[in-house]
Design a protein around this ligand. Structure first.
Ligand code: KG4
Ligand code: ZN
Length: 336
């Protein structure tokens, strides 16, 4: 096979990322995380778009340099077309279109959630099909049946908050800075997960709901603080451990249900929340119990990154699935 270099761009939320993929191998993967949102306790869409505009050129330039590839040796340009913040998506889409038009290259439009699943195919050992993936991030929570690289079906998803959002919102109630998920994880390690039982919400089929636990924690904290104003400070580790335990239990319940009902033993997790140590431990334990082969991508491929956009584009390139210049980004495009 001749050499095919793909420039991939990810700009759906608050990471500006560019990667160079050569025949399915990642040569470089650069991620510029926007710090501007920290002081606001969440991503501010307008600021994210502006930061993408400032970051995109240097990030693409450095990705090319780190890969040792000249822009004249690029064969296709891939970008995240959906879903995400529309202003953020627009920056990546317009940049990709301009780059492709200037160098007369084909464009490849990538669905961000499909890319999170295909992040498992960047490094070996790669999952066998059929493969079941739990994608858990700040914006999404999905159980995906992956029959082939580009043949996927969302079996279930959250009907309200995403798992990462639940972690971050609870963290905010506890006075922790944004994004609070990693801090909850850190504090939970030294806490008692059984100390405060929170309700496990069970939805139909493979769907999830995380708004219940968020409200339950809110009311619980309000009641406890009336009795002891220092309740949070005095019980922080146990609260974090108990919340994490409950969120992980809800995630694992649906994953185990889907795996059992479909008879699948190739199981993976992806997205930022797959960094959670409680989720990783629970997945490993469930894997041993059920005889699963468990797949967890490298951390830099779990959170938002352009390498996963590039690997998806690699498979699309092989199938000749190109976009034309009329392609537009979409905040909520359906899975395709
Ligand atoms: O995939 P990601 O980087 O961005 C998108 O949302 O697409 O995921 C970010 C989310 C945030 O909600 C963050 O708090 C959560 O992943 N997260 C964690 C951990 N690390 C990141 N949540 C719990 N435990 C962690 N260790
Ligand atoms: Zn994502």
């Amino acid at each position: 096979m001749s050499i095919v270099n793909i420039l991939a761009i990810e700009s759906s939320c608050d990471e500006t990322s560019a990667a160079i993929i050569q025949n399915g191998i990642v040569l470089s993967n650069l991620i510029a995380t926007q710090q501007v949102h920290e002081q606001y306790g969440g991503v501010v869409p307008e600021m994210a778009s502006r930061a993408h505009m400032q970051n995109i050129l240097p990030v693409v330039d450095t990705a090319l340099k780190n890969a040792g590839v000249d822009k004249k040796d690029i064969h296709a340009v891939a970008f995240t077309q959906a879903p995400g913040l529309i202003g953020s998506l627009l920056v990546g889409t317009c940049f990709a279109k301009g780059f492709a038009q200037a160098l007369d290259l084909p464009l490849i439009a990538v669905h961000h959630m499909q890319a999170h699943v295909l992040a498992h195919f960047i490094d070996a050992p790669k999952p066998q099909f059929p493969f079941l993936c739990l994608t858990v991030s700040g914006g999404h929570t999905q159980v995906v049946l992956c029959k082939d690289y580009l043949d996927m079906q969302v079996l279930g998803e959250t009907v309200d908050d995403a798992a990462g959002e639940a972690f971050d919102k609870v963290a905010k109630m506890l006075g922790l800075p944004y994004p609070g998920g990693p801090l909850v994880d850190k504090l939970a390690k030294e806490g008692d997960a059984r100390r405060f039982p929170f309700p496990v919400t069970d939805m139909n089929g493979y769907d999830f709901s995380f708004s219940g636990i968020k409200t339950a924690v809110l009311y619980f904290l309000q009641a406890q603080k009336k009795k002891d104003p220092d309740f949070v400070a005095n019980n922080l580790k146990d609260i974090c451990a108990s919340v994490q335990y409950t969120i992980v239990a809800m995630l694992l319940k649906k994953l185990e249900k889907a795996a059992a009902e479909l008879g699948i033993k190739e199981i993976g997790i992806a997205g930022g929340v797959s960094a959670n140590s409680g989720l990783r431990a629970a997945l490993t334990a469930a894997g041993e119990k059920n005889g699963w082969t468990v797949h967890i991508p490298k951390f830099e491929y779990c959170t938002d990154n352009a390498a996963m956009i590039g690997i998806t584009a690699h498979y699309k390139y092989l199938k000749g699935q190109f976009a034309d210049l009329s392609v537009t980004p979409s905040a909520r495009a359906a899975w395709s």
